[in-house]
Every structure is written in C-alpha cells, then in structure tokens.
Design a protein around this ligand. Sequence first.
Ligand SMILES: Nc1ncnc2c1ncn2[C@@H]1O[C@H](COP(=O)(O)OP(=O)(O)OP(=O)(O)O)[C@@H](O)[C@H]1O
Length: 254
Amino acid sequence: MSDPFIRLVGVQKTYRTRGTEFPAVSEATFNVEQGELVSLVGPSGCGKTTLLKIIAGLHSHNAGEVKIGNASQPFDASRDVGMVFQQPLLLKWRRIIDNVLLPAEILGLPLAASRDRARDLLKLVGLSGSEDKYPYELSGGMQQRASIARALVHDPKLILMDEPFGALDALTREKMNLELLRIWQESGKTILFVTHGITEAVFLGTRVIVLTAGPARMADNFLVELPHPRTLDMKTHEKFGDYTRRIYHLLGMH
Ligand SMILES: Nc1ncnc2c1ncn2[C@@H]1O[C@H](COP(=O)(O)OP(=O)(O)OP(=O)(O)O)[C@@H](O)[C@H]1O
C-alpha cells in the first residue's frame, strides 16, 4: 500500500506567550488519504485551527511527526495549500476575478492561463457573471464561494477549510454544504474541513475525526459509510443519527 497523503503521529503544540505556556494540542495522530474529505470536529478552543495551521506549515509543532505528500503526490506547502477561512477575506478594492487570481499572482503563475482558470472556477462555484463585480455587491454566501474559487486557483493538492460556513445563515450553509460536496467531487482535491457543526461534519466527511476540549486530544476517527452523492434527506437516515449521536456522546453532550 502507498503512503497516506497526510500523516500525523503524536503531534503536540504548546503556545508560549509572555512567559506562560498553553498546551493547545496534546496528541494528534491520524492519516488522510489522497482525495478524502475529512471533517475535524470539536468544541470551540480545542485546537482545531492550530492543527490546520501546523498542517499548512504556518505553525511549528513541539513534538511528533507531520508528513504531507508521498511518492505519487510530492508536496510543497508554499504552493500546494489552498485555505478557506470563516470570513471570505476578499480585498474590497479588487473585482471578484482579481480576488480569485491573488494566489496565482503571488506565486508568479502565468497570468493569462490563470485568468482562464479563475473564470472556470467561478463557474464551478456558481458565480459566472460576477467576475467583474466588487465584493460588496455579493451576498455572504457568494463571497464565500469566491473565496473557495481563490483557494483552488493555483491548483493546490490540499484544501484546508477552517469553519468556512460558520458565519452564514442556516439555509445558505446547507446549500454551501451541497456545493462543497459537488466541488470536491469535480475537483478531486483532498480537503480537511474544520467545524463545530456535528451534523455538518457527518454530512460532508468521508471520515470524521473528533477532538475533545483543549488541549486537543483525538477522541475518535471513523469512516462515514454514507453513499455519494450525499443528499439532504440522508440527514434523516438512521445511520446518520447513529454517527451524530456517537459524536455527541464523545463530546459529553447527552
Ligand atoms: N498564537 C497563540 N498564542 C497563544 N495561545 C493561542 C494562540 N493561538 C491559539 N491559542 C490558544 O490555543 C487554544 C486552541 O486554539 P485554536 O484556535 O486552535 O482552537 P479552535 O478549536 O480552532 O477554536 P475555535 O473553534 O473557537 O476557532 C485556544 O485556547 C487558544 O486560546
């Protein structure tokens, strides 16, 4: 069997600020295979963002091993990561297409080809016709779609999403969940998706990793055996309820 795409073994992280130490991640061990959409779920402050930042190469870790990439998918953190945050973080003075192009500009990719790709991605995320608009002309959901297109423009191998739909209303969030699944299936990307949402974690994930309150400790890691494409009515299936109950129990919410 080939190596997994992401391998974390015993990863620990302690923040040191002004002479105090704060353990944020006490033990994280998991693998992610290429092409998986893995949900990381846990309570607020349990260290989910910290883990994503370690994987993105933005934070160091104190102990353990983080390995990303393998022989068939070599990985360079400076080029191969696309990030989506809770807020769209679009530059308000740039048109939507120019916001999407930003990572390509930063990486010095050929601009004409990147512009074509940005247009295709805006189509993929359902924003054809909004290329020349400014962020203020788009709804919150549309802005978040643009930020997903931006995360894909440099064709990264790994997409890290940090509670990307947390600021959206419930209906838009459901719609974006379906859209994300479609984009994932069409793009074939490996996605790590951080959320507080237990049903969201199960609905989206091929696998769910459950973290308990800080410092982050792995409480569970299981495959979600629901078929694809996922549909909203699956949320009423018995198996879906079993998965969500399993997480509620782990988080002490029962
Ligand atoms: N740069 C930092 N310096 C010191 N402590 C930090 C730093 N970043 C995060 N922390 C602390 O580490 C813990 C984990 O933070 P992190 O942002 O990873 O949690 P989270 O699970 O993503 O939270 P949320 O779901 O609320 O975004 C928190 O208690 C936080 O206060």
